[in-house]
Design a protein around this ligand. Sequence first.
Ligand SMILES: Nc1ncnc2c1ncn2[C@@H]1O[C@H](COP(=O)(O)OP(=O)(O)O)[C@@H](O)[C@H]1O
Ligand SMILES: [Mg+2]
Length: 234
Amino acid sequence: MPLIELKHVVGGYGGAPILNGVNIAIEKSDIGVIVGPNGAGKSTTLKAIFGLLKVTGGTIDFGGENIANSLPDKLVPKGLSFVPQEKNVFTSMSVEENLEMGAFTRRDDFSRTMQWVYGMFPVLAEKRRQPAGELSGGQRQMVAMGRALMSKPSLLMLDEPSAGLSPRYVIEIFETIQRVNKEGVGILMVEQNARQALAFASKGFVLAGGQNRFTGTGPELIADPEVAKSFLGG
Ligand SMILES: Nc1ncnc2c1ncn2[C@@H]1O[C@H](COP(=O)(O)OP(=O)(O)O)[C@@H](O)[C@H]1O
Ligand SMILES: [Mg+2]
């Protein structure tokens, strides 16, 4: 059984639908990467899963139930976590306080989870007392991911984690995502650095006009001449 499965998801922001039948299936071991042109509905897909907009058709199965239109405060305890593209850290709070915020739904002792996060992001352990706003863009993205991991999700969703990063940090953040996945967390992410992200994607989805255009493993999509020509710049 997939960790998450979207079947023919339709939804939008109140006007005409933006998603016109999106299909996505991710296993626990997968890194799923969604690519496609600007305005394709990539971010809208992640927001629809996280209950941030109205789903008017189709189903989203997660943990054995249809979670379509469930709100984030119900989804986080079920094992879903989301790092939005922007405003994803509290800049005036320390790194450690940001991580603590990520554990807000937990009533148990989360100190071991914090050690787990620091183990995956050693640079954050070094800077635990610094305000997150003083960190580099790449390190801030790690804070955002670390915060999202504090709820011990089975699926971590990331919207353009490499946006605005220098090439060196793009590589570092992509390596970090693969490390998180190896720790047993399924990944569903949106990327503009499409070729680079598809190279390590076990599942790739090309969205356009709120619909799937191509689905395959990341390397299969890169090798598909039609995908390369229309969506990967040749
Ligand atoms: N909050 C919103 N309210 C209304 N329309 C929106 C909103 N956010 C995005 N849209 C529209 O939805 C479409 C898809 O946007 P989005 O999912 O953000 O695309 P992308 O694939 O670039 O992430 C675009 O036409 C965009 O203008
Ligand atoms: Mg987007």
